[in-house]
Design a protein. Structure first.
Length: 291
């Protein structure tokens, strides 16, 4: 079932409301996390809550509860929803206040926990891979103290995904002003070349994904060399393999970028090996999604 906790109070989706003076609604003034469950338990919950706290700190929003209490609230919401597996969105806004950009106009942050039945990518996307497009744009937090925060203002990603959809692609890869691919609109990006793994460093202003971090640990256990390097557009087109990662989708192989084929146009062996090992490491039930 679908469920929302509004400041700790469980609500059916149709009964969950926010004030029109909430700054999340007015200005996108908030931060969030997306989490999924494995075996009904939120995966990497402490890591997600700590990242939520870092995002909040970077945009100067005080946590309404200690991190431990936020984690318990998330677990409670999942238990109330009673789904076999769930996707979870946790959101903090600066709260309500009079109109005006001054952040001191709102001093009581609002918190929301959305729980829905988990919806995985289509099976064919896992089996056959996806197409992406490269989109040159700037994100809301670029060149600010909030760089790397997961903020609620997703206009850049929304427009990039619209461009991807028009090109019949599943994701947009963001290209910065210097011509480097930094991340997907809703994902992190990896390149495989000669059996070695390349991904942009955190210093590039990426959102350091939780799934990304666990994939990097898995790569170590598999003795796959990892390089944290800026990725020019040519690195995507010349790669042997490309894949994206996110909490809900785990890993999706990329077989086309713009109108160019990546590698041999099929999901690569390193991508498959990493994804399979990741699923074993996190205790994912059932067969691999491409099986």
């Amino acid at each position: 079932m679908r469920l929302v906790l509004v400041n700790g109070e469980p609500k059916a989706p149709e009964d969950a409301f926010v004030s029109v003076y909430d700054r999340g609604f007015l200005y996108g003034d908030g931060v969030f996390e997306t989490i999924r469950t494995y075996g009904g338990k939120p995966f990497a919950l402490d890591e997600h809550v700590q990242r939520l706290a870092r995002s909040a700190s970077r945009v100067l929003i005080d946590l309404p509860l200690p991190p431990e209490a936020i984690a318990k609230e998330i677990e409670r919401a999942v238990e109330l929803a009673q789904n076999p597996e769930s996707s979870i969105r946790v959101m903090l806004t600066r709260g309500t206040g009079p109109l005006g950009l001054d952040p001191d106009l709102a001093r009581n942050p609002s918190r929301f926990v959305f729980v829905e039945p988990l919806k995985m990518p289509p099976a064919e996307a896992c089996r056959e891979g996806i197409k992406v497009v490269l989109v040159r744009t700037s994100r809301a937090t670029d060149a600010t103290a909030a760089a790397g925060a997961k903020v609620a203002n997703y206009l850049t990603s929304l427009l990039a995904l619209r461009e991807a959809k028009q090109a019949q692609a599943a994701e947009a890869l963001i290209v910065d002003a210097n011509g480097f691919v930094i991340e997907g609109a809703t994902s992190n990006v990896f390149v495989v070349k000669n059996g070695e793994l390349f991904t942009p460093p955190e210093s590039a202003g990426i959102l350091p994904g939780i799934t990304r971090a666990h994939l990097l640990e898995v790569a170590k256990t598999l003795s796959i060399p990892v390089h944290f390097e800026e990725l020019p557009e040519a690195a995507i087109f010349d790669a042997d393999e490309v894949f994206i990662s996110s909490s809900i989708r785990e890993v999706l192989p990329v077989v086309r970028a713009n109108e160019r084929t990546i590698g041999d146009g099929k999901p690569g062996t390193v991508t498959r090996k990493l994804h399979s090992a990741f699923r074993r490491a996190v205790g994912a039930p059932g067969p691999d999604p491409w099986a």
